[in-house]
Design a protein around this ligand. Structure first.
Ligand SMILES: *[C@@H]1O[C@H](CO)[C@@H](O)[C@H](O)[C@H]1NC(C)=O
Ligand SMILES: *[C@@H]1O[C@H](CO)[C@@H](O)[C@H](O)[C@H]1NC(C)=O
Length: 391
């Protein structure tokens, strides 16, 4: 287990309130789980591609499903995990803006405690690279000093693809819960409930992720802010972009990409993607990825599935939203050499976090490796997504 024993530090909510007087926000520092034993990067690459297929309504490849259910992906999940208290017990749940049900029980049973109330409804969610099914109950759920007394929880009776975490803390749009719980149209998320009960006055999630420093693999360096943003966690201007209102990506935290660029080479001038805290890498459309490889001198590594280079790329890779360009320097989009041994990568080569998102439908995911460099804001109230340079 790579996230046990991580101390939880709760920042004073008052500090956030003073920084942002119009909003009542709660802030919590979340433990960050980084990989201690990656036996196959290919599974992580595949996970993101499976999510893209799921977004596009395509069945995951049988080979990958087999991998997932056979348990070979144990210890390979690269995720940010939050300690969520459900009925008095703490569960380590993946923070996922790409799905919206909250559930536990992937490792050990999380049946309702004395404060829980069974609804008797079956619940089932498929993630492309995994799935769970079980029974719904409602219970008292707390995180970041805020509490919802009747939060819907899925208690998994079976789960595949989640071998190292207890489940998911779904913070995507509520419509993604449609059809997941029997006899129920949609299931309010934890944030929906906090907003409805007026614990927060604006339904906003601020996400601060930070890369690992050096070779260490377990930093409690992430932070989620509920009901506002933490102005100490970014520098410069926080710029907002409209959440997509039509098309497949609009069911998610969908966003229009105006351009992908490598140095001065244009890779693409339009794309629709999703901003997803539950995906490790950055996926761009196949045509853009192919141009990226030829402009940077890379190819796809057959063993890791990552883009690999024999000469270190020197240009920035940039993503433009609206009229604002967000650059990733080589140091930001390449795998740090300090992590090679943990990741089983070859010394003397260079590997990028940028990968192939496919050629049809939604083929872009703005994943953790972008979000570790740019503070992100998921604003349900104003239907917009914000980015700023991470502090
Ligand atoms: C890494 O995981 C594999 C497969 O789960 C296991 O066989 C191996 O012993 C692990 N290595 C370390 C160093 O923990
Ligand atoms: C690359 O991006 C960094 C960080 O945004 C910036 O400081 C630098 O000027 C960029 N380099 C070029 C050549 O544009």
């Amino acid at each position: 287990m790579f996230y046990s024993c991580v101390p939880l530090a709760i920042a004073a909510a008052a500090a956030v309130v003073s920084a942002s007087p119009v909003e009542r926000a709660a802030t919590v520092v979340i433990p960050v789980s980084h990989v201690t034993n990656v036996t196959s990067w290919k599974n992580i690459v595949n996970r993101g591609q499976a999510r893209i297929n799921k977004v596009n309504g395509i069945q995951a490849q049988p080979g990958f499903q087999n991998d997932a259910s056979s348990g070979t992906i144990t210890n390979e999940l690269v995720s940010y995990v939050a300690p969520i208290v459900i009925g008095g017990k703490t569960w380590q749940l993946i923070v996922d803006t790409g799905s919206s049900n909250t559930w536990c029980g992937a490792q050990t049973s999380c049946e309702k405690t004395s404060t829980g109330k069974s609804t008797g409804h079956s619940v089932q969610v498929s993630y492309g690279s995994g799935s769970f099914s079980g029974t719904e109950y409602t219970d008292t759920v707390s995180f970041g000093g805020l509490t919802v007394t009747t939060q819907s929880i899925g208690a998994a009776s079976s789960a595949t693809g989640f071998d190292s975490v207890d489940g998911i803390f779904g913070v995507g749009p509520v419509d993604l819960t449609s059809g997941t719980v029997a006899s129920t149209s949609t299931v309010p998320t934890f944030l929906d409930n906090l907003y409805a009960q007026k614990s927060i006055t604006t339904e906003v999630l601020g996400v601060y992720f930070a890369p690992e420093s050096g070779a260490d693999q377990n930093d409690a360096n992430g932070e989620l802010t509920l009901g506002g943003v933490d102005t100490t966690k970014y520098t410069g201007t926080l710029t907002y972009f409209p959440k997509l209102t039509s098309g497949t990506a609009s069911e998610y935290w969908g966003i229009t990409v105006a351009a992908f660029t490598y140095g001065t080479t244009s890779l693409a001038t339009a794309a629709q993607g999703i901003v997803d805290t539950g995906t490790t890498l950055i996926y761009i459309p196949t045509a853009a990825y192919t141009k990226f490889l030829s402009a940077s001198g890379g190819k796809t590594d057959s063993s890791s599935g990552l883009a690999v280079f024999t000469t270190k790329p020197t240009s920035n890779f940039s993503i433009k939203f609206g009229t604002t360009t967000y650059a990733l320097t080589p140091a930001q989009y390449l795998v740090p050499t300090a992590e090679y041994s943990a990741f089983g990568l070859t010394t003397g080569k260079y590997y990028a976090w940028i990968n192939d998102g496919g050629s049809s439908g939604v083929n872009t995911i703005i994943g953790q490796k972008f979000l570790e460099n740019y503070y992100s804001v998921f604003d349900t109230t104003n239907s917009r997504i914000g980015f700023a340079t991470r502090a």
